[in-house]
Design a protein around this ligand. Structure first.
Ligand code: SF4
Ligand code: FES
Length: 233
């Protein structure tokens, strides 16, 4: 039987299985830690840093940090939230995110996080990078203006043999997601929709379908991000 340990998140005593990731342990105890690159059921990567908490006084990503007995975690504090706001703002200035014209608006995790943290305008200057919109694939369109390089598509969208449909190419500021040419021929309509869903923003859009859920009725139009986790205080 799994060993149960005690951790303290913002002073609240929480019980969870030893070795479980802090993010999961927090969720099981009704505590929301924001995420962007994390996707339930997929091995965490720890790239976006939004889930960063102070663990025993050190900054650690909650999605990749296993818990241990007596761990003391700072999550919902002014200092940590300020850092998270800065990260969210950086995502906005480093890409080109025009929410009113994006099909993912209302279902977008980045947009929902901005609302959650009450970001009205980023403190940093917009970079307005020149990015491509790739419409060469038969099932999807990739809009690099919106991609936050979370790698969720690469890690989660696979065929029955475990081969990824997506990959990264190039490095540094030129890095971008591509759909493998050979795999793209195998991509059916369901896989395209799955990829659209896995992408936290509107960077992957399935072709020939849009606005099936009208604006105003989408996931975060109804409830803020994290409300499924947070217990009524
Ligand atoms: S296309 Fe979407 S899922 Fe893939 S890396 Fe970019 S933001 Fe993440
Ligand atoms: S959700 Fe943990 S680093 Fe992105």
């Amino acid at each position: 039987m799994a060993e149960i340990v005690r951790v303290y998140i913002d002073g609240k005593e929480c019980l969870a299985q030893n070795g479980e990731y802090l993010l999961q342990a927090a969720r099981e105890n009704g505590i929301y830690i924001p995420t962007l690159c994390h996707y339930e059921g997929v091995k965490p990567k720890g790239s976006c840093r939004i889930c960063t908490c102070k663990v025993n006084g050190r900054l650690m990503t909650a999605c990749t940090t296993p818990i241990a007995e007596g761990m003391v975690v700072e999550n919902n504090t002014a200092e940590i939230n300020e850092m998270r706001k800065a990260i969210i703002e950086l995502f906005f200035v480093e890409g080109n995110h025009f929410c009113p014209t994006c099909e993912k608006s209302g279902d977008c995790e980045l947009q929902a996080l901005a609302y959650k943290y009450q970001i009205t305008a980023p403190r940093y200057p917009f970079l307005f990078p020149t990015k491509r919109v790739v419409a060469e694939y038969s099932r999807i369109i990739i809009d690099h203006n919106r991609c936050v390089l979370c790698k969720r598509c690469v890690r989660a969208i696979k065929d029955a043999e475990g081969r990824s449909f997506f990959a990264y190419r190039r490095r540094g500021q030129h890095i971008e997601v591509i759909l493998d040419k050979r795999m793209s021929e195998q991509m059916d309509y369901e896989k395209a929709l799955e990829a659209e869903k896995v992408c936290p923003v509107g960077a992957i859009m399935a072709r020939r379908i849009a606005f099936t859920t009208p604006v105003g009725h989408r996931k975060y139009d109804k409830k803020p991000i994290g409300s499924d986790v947070e217990k009524i205080k």
